[in-house]
Design a binder for this molecule. Structure first.
Ligand code: ADP
Ligand code: MG
Length: 483
């Protein structure tokens, strides 16, 4: 058992995540500059972003619609009138000297995210989801620091979980679930390498059975699923060792260094009043219209966690179900294939999709949206195999050819004459000939040499170029060989 696993018998980690997700709007949250990744530095700015005196913000309603989508999908309470607040701090990436955020009256409260862990769904409550603007980006090169304000003013939602994530793996699963959800809803591409989704992790530990939460630290700078897991795990271990060594945890902000695999203290934790939050006098209250809400609710697709549960109920393994909900387009491809293949095993369909089609797409460097094979075609292939027209082995060959050329599976089968032989009389005649031609093996098999059964199956397949129905072949061989 690892050191951590042993310590976790006594200690219980508690994690709360604060995740920032950029909203995929065309322009910024409070000003007209375009939102774009990779544009020349400081090419996407305007007087408001630059903090020029006399400029006034005007809220981009497109950001509200995206945030509402997430609020509704997470079953949050939506505030009919929420408020923007100023969060004041001084840093070169924020020329205005304050960030427009929401403080005491956030847009959404009390929602939940359903993550999948250990084959089951776990619900993690959300304290809030609020709107805010992003800051610019500083890069440090030698003795110089560069400021790029292209990102400043990009609309964000901050999603704050309740402190009820119970392990480093669960923290990573929370991130995955949220990532899946925002992509599913087309709220954000959430590309973590582009900084479109970022996470701070609050971590504390307490003795198992203890009600009170321990003192927490906040880890910053986490930008991949793997880093969330590593950073949280590392922090849990660090805290337990300190407490067991007689020390105590101090409330602080720590910076995760992914290369070193450790975190270092950055600053002691600032309190909310350090930011001197107050309602932004330049912005009216944010009013949410009931009709807009109803519209979003109507347009909401079946969500990933609901789909996961449906797939498992319909007979898929949790692993397959989880893979299928990885992308909405993949789940939709699967559903369309099932619809075209009524009465057939969902497991078989999922197998062909996840193994053959995803394998072929992967090899071709394509994703599911670029698949040259449509759901109806995959369905046709599955039916040919399931009906016994072709064997599973031939099915794979037909699949590969259809994937490459676009020809319909039934047409390939017809042209190549690879239909499975399921005619009992035909198979019996072939088997008869083979057994008669191999009397020595037949006697040895009859006397108990089990391994020779495979020899006879092989001979039948050789004679039929692999087209003999394998189940019938086996039955008829047993009959003919006397056991
Ligand atoms: P702050 O204003 O300092 O960001 P919040 O109360 O808003 O603090 O909480 C931020 C995050 O910290 C939330 O995700 C919450 O779940 C988490 N959190 C709060 N207390 C603890 C704790 N003792 N251990 C772990 N996480 C915590
Ligand atoms: Mg916070």
């Amino acid at each position: 058992m690892s050191e951590l696993a042993k310590l976790l018998e006594t200690w219980e980690p508690v994690i709360g995540l604060e995740v920032h997700v950029q909203l995929a709007t065309k322009s910024k949250a409070f000003s007209p500059s375009a939102v774009e990744f990779g544009a020349p530095p400081n090419s996407l700015t305007d007087p408001l972003v630059l903090g020029m005196p006399g400029t006034l913000p005007s809220f981009n309603r497109a950001a509200l619609e995206l945030a509402l989508k997430l609020g509704i999908a997470t079953e949050s309470k939506i505030r009919a009138r929420s408020r923007f607040a100023r969060k004041q701090y001084f840093y070169p990436d924020l020329p205005k000297g304050y960030q427009i955020s929401q403080y005491d009256e956030p847009l959404c409260e009390d929602g939940h995210v359903d993550l999948i862990h250990g084959g089951a769904v776990k619900r993690v409550r959300l304290e809030r989801i609020h709107l805010e603007e992003d800051a610019g980006k500083n890069t440090h090169v030698g003795q110089f620091s560069h400021v790029d304000l292209n990102r400043a003013g990009v609309p964000l939602v901050e999603v704050v979980s309740a402190p009820e994530i119970g392990s480093a793996e669960e923290a990573a699963e929370f991130m995955r679930a949220l990532h899946r959800l925002v992509r599913w809803l087309e709220i954000s591409e959430a590309d973590m390498e582009k900084g479109q989704m970022r996470c701070d992790a609050n971590v504390s530990v307490r003795l198992r059975g203890e009600d009170r939460l321990g003192t927490r630290t906040e880890l910053k700078n986490i930008n991949s699923f793997r880093f969330v897991q590593n950073a949280v795990e590392n922090e849990i271990l660090r805290q337990i060792r300190i407490i067991e060594g007689g020390g105590r945890i101090i409330r602080e902000t720590r910076l995760w260094d992914a290369d070193a695999g450790t975190s270092a203290s950055m600053r002691s934790k600032e309190e909310a009043n350090d930011y001197r939050y107050f309602p932004d006098p330049d912005l009216p209250p944010l009013v949410v219209d009931g009709a807009v809400m109803a519209n979003i609710l109507r347009g909401l697709p079946e969500l990933p966690s609901a789909r996961f549960q449906r797939y498992v109920t319909e007979g898929l393994s949790p692993d397959d179900a989880r893979t299928l909900i990885g992308e909405r387009a993949l789940a939709e491809f699967y559903d369309a294939t099932c619809k075209a293949t009524p009465g057939r095993s969902s497991k078989t369909i999922a197998n062909w999709l996840l193994t053959e089609l995803l394998g072929a797409l992967n090899a071709a460097g394509k994703d599911i949206t670029e698949s040259p094979m449509a759901p109806a075609t995959l369905s046709e292939l599955v039916r040919l195999v399931e009906d016994g027209t072709i064997s599973g082995k031939i099915g794979k060959e037909v699949f590969a050819e259809s994937f490459k050329t676009g020809e319909a599976p039934a047409a390939i089968v017809e042209r190549r004459g690879v239909q499975q032989i399921s005619d009992e009389a035909v198979l019996t005649a072939i088997i008869d000939k083979i057994v008669t031609a191999n009397p020595k093996q037949a006697t040895e098999y009859a006397n108990g040499k089990d391994g020779l059964f495979g020899f006879f199956v092989g001979q039948v397949m050789k004679q039929t170029q692999g087209r003999a129905n394998p189940v019938m072949t086996s039955d008829l061989l047993h009959k003919r060989l006397g056991r």
